[in-house]
Design a protein around this ligand. Structure first.
Ligand code: PAF
Length: 282
């Protein structure tokens, strides 16, 4: 695996590959890699793409500076895992390589309601930050395909919107969420949970599955969602930012669900002070 820290070096090397008609698959990450990330690499590799991964903890997408400071950094083990997965190139830039003009004066993207609902409500500015870094990375890597995990469902919708706004030809490939045996969605944040917390966190997925099963027999959605929230709080969760049934494209809440309605159950909840998110398409 080639490791590059410099943006111009990266562009030069990838331009050479493109001249040889080599297609590129790109997996952007913030490091603290787990099997979920590796499955994105494996997916890209299985499509015979030159597979580029980036590791950059992007300050502009953190609305809580403490969360940014505490973000786990595990670069040595990340490199080993990427090498083992057959990654062709790792881009590991510093802040100046990503934001050469500084952090102020970033572009604004018209994301509409997608950045106001759910995560957007609780993390104002977060998706602008995500778009800023992803746009910069895509400009540098110029991939044919971009691989993202479905666990960050709203992020996938936002980045799809960014690609549409930019009239980009890059194909977004959304890969399934990888889970622990308990059902807990794999996430870099799980590293901050205690062993007991990890067991309790599995209740999130159990709740989503339970709700999915109940939806077909009981259509009083607000009541079902409220009962589930209470159950999680009683089980020891600190708070629930949201638990909603939403339209998969617009992310607007669905109040009248029928079996043929496409929908996603989506949740953000705090446990042991750690914010965990998950979702389940219906
Ligand atoms: O999902 C993430 O890890 C980040 O939001 C991303 C897409 C790498 C942008 O910083």
């Amino acid at each position: 695996m080639i490791l590059i820290k410099n943006a111009i070096e990266l562009q030069n090397l990838l331009a050479k590959q493109k001249r040889k008609a080599q297609k590129i698959g790109f997996v952007p990450t913030m490091g603290a890699l787990h099997e979920g990330h590796i499955s994105l690499i494996t997916n890209s590799k299985s499509q015979n793409l030159l597979t580029v991964c980036s590791i950059f903890v992007n300050p502009t997408q953190f609305n809580d500076p403490l969360d940014f400071e505490k973000y786990p950094q595990t670069i040595e083990s990340d490199i080993l895992a990427l090498e083992k997965a057959g990654t062709d190139l790792l881009f590991f830039p510093n802040q100046a390589q990503i934001y050469p003009m500084g952090l102020d004066q970033q572009p604004y993207y018209e994301l509409g309601n997608l950045e106001k609902l759910l995560e957007g409500k609780y993390r104002p500015g977060h998706f602008q930050g995500v778009c800023q870094v992803v746009k910069r990375l895509l400009d540098l890597v110029s991939p044919d395909k971009l691989f993202l995990g479905q666990k960050d469902f709203q992020q996938c919708m936002v980045i799809q919107k960014l690609l549409t706004l930019q009239q980009s030809a890059i194909e977004l490939v959304i890969c399934p969420t990888l889970r622990e045996a308990s059902g807990l969605a794999m996430s870099s944040r799980n590293l901050r949970l205690s062993e007991e917390g990890k067991l309790k966190a599995a209740l999130i997925y159990q709740t989503l599955q339970d709700l999915k099963a109940k939806l077909s027999i009981d259509s009083s959605i607000p009541q079902l969602l409220e009962t589930s929230k209470l159950q999680l709080l009683n089980a020891g969760f600190n708070s629930i930012d949201y638990l909603q049934l939403v339209d998969p494209q617009s992310l607007e809440p669905i109040t009248n669900w029928e079996p043929q309605t496409k929908a996603v159950l989506i949740i953000a909840a705090f446990l042991e002070g750690i914010r965990l998110i998950d979702n389940l398409p219906i």
